[in-house]
Ligand binder design. Structure first.
Ligand code: B12
Ligand code: SF4
Ligand code: SF4
Length: 369
């Protein structure tokens, strides 16, 4: 049997900022989580874009993520742990130095040039928690996941009482805000108390700041998003060309997007994390587009191997940089963009050619030069 208060204690000792437990109901039963069922509808509506891993099915044709029990039939509970990575100002929505790009806050973590991978940091802490638990509870089945497992983590975070699902779709904790990494331990242990008691009240109220601020209209207003329109999806997950109609909205974001969290009033009062493993590399805060564009592949690797930024790959990162440069209104980027417009990677070349056209149009006051 798992008790929430005890788990919170063990999780804090392992380095987390908050933790809780949610039961895993039988799929399709009366107790099954309504929010979990929404996942399948979301995928079927085509909201997952090209994220094929979200669409994976088992041999029986069930979506692997439609229930934790599809892959882990012994699962009875999910311990959800949250680690605060809030590194304070500036916000992506603040006035920025001319020519600065924006890399999402969650990808800032590291030590000097070396990145720390939050997946590894959290997995180590989850292992520690699990070890302590098995010393007390004896043997049980378990698996630890951060991000990549067959678990819709925010659904379980909600039922574990970590926070409510905001209109920006992020888990928001009343004290900690939403700059939280989530990690889970799926276990075969039963939960001791009724889960309903743990639910955090929804504190979005009539606020719609995140929906209003999203530059690409990705938030649908039903605590869901169309990932096809989300800048985080476009700059991290999407391969190849980014649809032209969404490029202006991308603004200066070169990897991920923090806008719908930066405008959230609950993040104004969120405490700054004092976590050396998740500290910000200051060079990545408002980085000059020229500096990033001047990196060769080896330098890109030095800065980003082991960082979430690696997921975009060097070619995706340069495609994103070209779009941000094209949005900058700064003709000094034209030589770099002209060079990239001859790149062997078609998406880099196409984005750079688009950016050249954009900057030339800006320079001529609307007329193509
Ligand atoms: C795919 C994915 C993405 C996609 C899609 C995001 C999305 N909103 O669905 C993209 C690439 C866009 C993305 C972006 C980001 N991501 Co992401 N992502 C994931 C991943 C791997 C799966 C999420 C998923 O299944 N999405 C599908 C939808 C359907 O699920 P969902 O949003 O989780 O929604 C469910 C609940 O909201 C629930 N629900 C709960 N209550 C209610 C109430 C109502 C009325 C309704 C209708 C629904 C509902 O219903 C939904 C369906 O089941 C998770 C890790 C994981 N394994 O879960 C990380 C995760 C969600 N991402 C995370 C982060 C940090 C980010 C970014 C901040 C990164 C960045 N700065 O660029 C942005 C945030 C953008 C945003 N506003 O969500 C964190 C979120 C932490 C938190 N505090 O919430 C996670 C948990 C990773 C982690 N381990 O820390 N991400
Ligand atoms: S991360 Fe950016 S693009 Fe995605 S929903 Fe939030 S504000 Fe919109
Ligand atoms: S900005 Fe407002 S509506 Fe959006 S998540 Fe925060 S409190 Fe909720």
């Amino acid at each position: 049997m798992l008790h929430t208060t005890h788990i919170d204690e063990l999780a804090r000792a392992a380095g987390f900022s908050a933790a809780g437990i949610a039961a895993v109901p039988e799929p399709g039963s009366a107790e099954d989580l309504e929010e979990q069922q929404r996942f399948a509808a979301w995928v079927e509506e085509g909201r997952a874009g090209e994220m094929e891993y979200l669409k994976r099915r088992d041999a029986a044709g069930r979506l692997v993520r439609s229930s934790v029990r599809v892959v882990l039939p012994w699962a009875r509970s999910v311990i959800v742990c949250a680690a605060n990575y809030h590194s304070g100002a500036p916000r992506s929505t603040d006035a920025a130095p001319e020519g600065a790009g924006w890399i999402a806050r969650y990808a800032w973590t590291g030590n000097g040039k070396r990145p720390t991978d939050y997946h590894k940091v959290l997995l180590r802490r989850l292992d520690k928690l699990r070890d302590r638990l098995s010393q007390e509870a004896g043997p049980f089945e378990s698996r630890c996941f951060v991000d990549t497992g067959p678990v819709v983590e925010r659904v379980y975070a909600r039922y574990a009482g970590i926070g409510w699902v905001g209109k920006n779709t992020c888990i928001l904790n009343q004290e900690l805000g939403s700059w939280l990494f989530l990690g889970v331990v799926v276990t075969s242990l039963e939960v001791a108390a009724p889960v309903a008691l743990a639910l955090a009240p929804d504190r979005c109220g009539s606020c719609t700041r995140c929906i209003d601020a999203c530059p690409t209209g990705a938030l649908t207003g039903e605590r869901a998003m169309d990932a096809n329109r989300c800048i985080a999806y476009l700059t991290i997950e999407k391969r190849g060309e980014i649809p032209e109609g969404l490029r202006a909205g991308i603004g200066r974001q070169v990897f991920g997007c923090d806008i719908c969290q930066d405008v959230c009033p609950w993040n104004r009062r969120a405490p700054i994390a004092a976590d050396p493993e998740l500290a910000a590399r200051r060079e990545l805060v408002n980085p000059a587009l020229e500096w990033l564009a001047g990196m060769d592949e080896a330098e890109f690797g030095q800065w980003f191997n082991g960082s979430p930024v690696r997921r975009a790959k060097w070619r995706g990162f340069r495609r994103n940089l070209a779009i941000a440069m094209g949005n900058s209104g700064l003709p000094r980027y034209l030589p770099q963009l002209r060079e990239w417009s001859q790149d062997t990677d078609p998406a880099v070349a196409e984005a750079a050619a688009w950016a050249v056209g954009n900057l030339r149009r800006d320079k001529s006051g609307g007329e193509r030069l």
